[in-house]
Design a binder for this molecule. Sequence first.
Ligand SMILES: Nc1ncnc2c1ncn2[C@@H]1O[C@H](COP(=O)(O)OP(=O)(O)OP(=O)(O)O)[C@@H](O)[C@H]1O
Ligand SMILES: [Mg+2]
Length: 342
Amino acid sequence: MSVEEVVELLKQLQLKEAQLEGSLADYLKDARVTGGVLSLVFELPRPGLEDLIRSKVYDALKDRFEKLEVRFLQKGTPVASSPAFTRKQVPGVKHLVAVGSGKGGVGKSTVAVNLALALSRLGYRVGLLDADVYGPSVPTLMGLKGARVEVDEARRLVPVEKEGIKVLSIGFMLPSEDTPVIWRGPMLMRALMDFLFNTAWGELDYLIMDLPPGTGDVQITLAQHAKLDGSLVVTTPQDVALADVKKAVNMFKEVGVPVLGVVENMAYFKCPSDGKAYYIFGKGKVEEFARSYGLPLLGSIPVDPELSRASDEGRPVVLYYPESESAKAFMSLARALVEKTS
Ligand SMILES: Nc1ncnc2c1ncn2[C@@H]1O[C@H](COP(=O)(O)OP(=O)(O)OP(=O)(O)O)[C@@H](O)[C@H]1O
Ligand SMILES: [Mg+2]
């Protein structure tokens, strides 16, 4: 039974005995299925409803799962609030680096994937965490569409290994590619926490995280809970992107995540016929921006039609086209990151 089916079923369960309108689904805050275990979290409008809700859930679902876990929150429990000193190190992970941006579609995922592979080529042990819970693209980019996450005896998530790196994405948990991610707020946050703290990452030198675009809940939750080395902010040279990237840089500063540097994507186009670099969106703008914020420009990735095509096919350039201009740019970005974090 999928999470959606569980939610559908909970919609049928009324709470008239407790003089409550609506169904159990209205009070559901988190639902997930891992292995044969269904875990549900409800937010109660008032105390004293626990037994009623628990018995309804058990009656309806006990035959469908090996184990049911039902937990309760009282209304208004803050979900993600913890001061900086409670930030935890991800066990076994030396460097946790997030790849973010102000704007969508600037190439974060492309950068995150190729950076992870480039670090691996340099000999580091690398993990890749797709924290873009709204639009996970790592499965496509890594050629891992249809891969599924496993759970070990300790009920930890087991990342999927590909090309020598350990990969985890919400995409590995959804029944199909077209499933909308119905998880919102607290559910999302718990999923993310599991990705970080309840996953058998093993010993890693670098865990690279692909963030969703912008400055939302995911970024803030991460900053509050995990000890990060810092973030890389990806932008293209277009002015619009730059206006947004300022917001992203400021947001990371506000939540106390150091910005390690800026990555300029689609910086130029190297013409195959004359070998010259053309700065389609203008030259030097990102560098100037980085300087004005006292940040290093750690890499400039060219526009590369091959990169885009190869990515769609799940053949990352760093591995499949190591001689390409863009692959070389990712290798150089990886070296700059190593220097920055050592
Ligand atoms: N340097 C590049 N040259 C050519 N195409 C690129 C380059 N970088 C990214 N692309 C293409 O641009 C599109 C968006 O890239 P990507 O998915 O990495 O962006 P994103 O910032 O992660 O997007 P989202 O905000 O949706 O998560 C993809 O089709 C990708 O192949
Ligand atoms: Mg992306």
